[in-house]
Design a protein around this ligand. Sequence first.
Ligand code: XMP
Length: 327
Amino acid sequence: MALLVRPETMERITTPALARQFIAEQIADIKAQVGGKKVLLALSGGVDSSVVAALLIKAIGDQLVCVHVNHGLLRKGEPEQVIEVFRNQMNANLVYVDAVDRFLDKLAGVTDPEEKRKIIGREFIEVFAEEARKLDGIEFLAQGTIWPDILESEAGIKAHHNAGGLPEDLQFELVEPVRILFKDEVRVVGKELGLPDNMVYRQPFPGPGLGVRCPGAITRDRLEAVRESDAILREEFAKNGLEGKVWQYFTVVPDFKSTGVKNGKRTFDWPCIIRAINTTDVMQVTVEHLPDALIDHLVQRIITEVPGINRVLYDFTPKPPATVEYE
Ligand code: XMP
């Protein structure tokens, strides 16, 4: 019987041997719970849903149906990696939904940050529900709920974003195989399940994705500038040994333009802001100070490789007073 509550005496999963033991127990629990029935999972490619997918594939193979919704606000290469790892390497039953136009059309002209978040959340549920209705015989919904989600929702700190949300006609029994784990334990289990390091040690990424890093009304060209500059930043952090050391780092492209000059001609383009921060609890955040040479290199790459950018800024503001994200 799967545990709903983390036992106080449970040893922290820090080693491959402990991860293997946990995986074996979960496989037995999942098989006992699900039997020969089908399970649905929204697979974002984040650490928690990826580990749940890998566990379920091991336990029940193609009785699992993964749905990956590309809402157009993912980082460069993410949808491709989900398809490569889960469909090509793990043989998962993966439904890939290209909902990019649908989301971006709904978001066009919307400037209010909360309204943007609501549209993204609502649309996600709608797309996922539509896919679920196309499938026959699904009785279970798998979720990447982890122990801090349960603790925070019990303490009233945040609504547990995984629970519920689906329409009345789509009520499934939940399968939550990493429910009693802390995040660091999910990573150890994911590593043992053979997921790639850049999936297992991924920095936090907000549900509304790049949408909150494209402040104001999202346009496709500015969103592309965020995606490309973010890809350059991640590549350079990886090359310089900062991946996994700096807690979170990303770029923001605000919706104002300034004057510049390129090849003797006046330009009128956006700035790109780099943010790199460290924290333990995300309530208090300090700024990572990068070496000058790396800053110079990032500036050069971003202004030459990213269309629409003529200026690069670095955000030196801790939290408080600034939040991590710009919206
Ligand atoms: P803030 O901006 O509130 O961010 O200082 C703290 C941490 O939370 C992440 N974040 C979000 N995650 N949905 C999410 O899943 C959201 O709407 C959201 N907003 C912020 C942010 O990336 C940072 O790690």
